[in-house]
Design a protein around this ligand. Sequence first.
Ligand SMILES: C[S@@+](CC[C@H](N)C(=O)[O-])C[C@H]1O[C@@H](n2cnc3c(N)ncnc32)[C@H](O)[C@@H]1O
Length: 277
Amino acid sequence: MTEKKRWYESVVPPGAAAPQEIDTSVPHIARIYDYWLGGKDNFAVDREAGERAAEANPALYEGVRGNRAFLARSVRYLAAEAGIRQFLDIGTGIPTANNTHEVAQSVAPGSRVVYVDNDPIVLSHARALLTSTTGPTAYIDADARETAKVLAEAAATLDFSEPVAVMLVAILHCVTDEDDPYRLVATLMDAMPPGSYLTLTHPTQDFQPDTTNEMLSRLNAMMPQRITFRTRDQVVRFFDGLDLVEPGVVRIPDWRPESEADTANPAEMWGGVARKA
Ligand SMILES: C[S@@+](CC[C@H](N)C(=O)[O-])C[C@H]1O[C@@H](n2cnc3c(N)ncnc32)[C@H](O)[C@@H]1O
């Protein structure tokens, strides 16, 4: 059974190409993630896939909240302590609490933010995302693997002669080794000026291999998109050539926690922030 939603007439940004229809017959990672976060923008297939994955690893529900908390902490760090005023957030997700522009612009109201995602349901929220801003903010409907398109369109909002924080938060597990995620990250960072940052989180099987591998195989059996978990060494490689900010690549609850709840989060993800010299 499918639930069809006609959404795009009213939400497509002016000038954008006609979007893909939202396909409710197969689960999508953006909508499964929304379900795990307690959101409402998901369909029966997403809920079923999300539940089956979480049966293998129930800590997942808390873990995704830990990822959102990392995102907010890292953006606050970048805006308040590192003085960053431009953010390129790739793999935006369906809007939820503490979206990147809200956190960045609460610290520095004029901050420029460009969001990128390739899921039509995220595009359907682009207008809502862009109305609550206090600085130039844009949304690009693109696949992260099309780095030339992402960079060309982002240049309409971001000034690439000034530092930019490139955010790849919980997205690179959606890029398979065949699609060379290391090349993707290097291409983006090569285009950024010195003083720019890379912020990245990535799910891993390092902590509880049995449960996380079971969760991974369930997800991959249900979704058309393939997910890859990576080890700490593989995640550290994304930061090659960059200077890691303390405490380096750590389990995300251990990245500059601001509360006991941050520290206690069971997220099984590596994360870090690094600066381009
Ligand atoms: C798990 S969600 C993470 C959302 C947000 N970054 C966060 O950490 O809360 C992953 C997002 O990446 C998007 N995504 C996956 N593969 C992508 C690709 N190749 N290009 C652009 N976006 C992609 C999905 O549509 C989804 O919205």
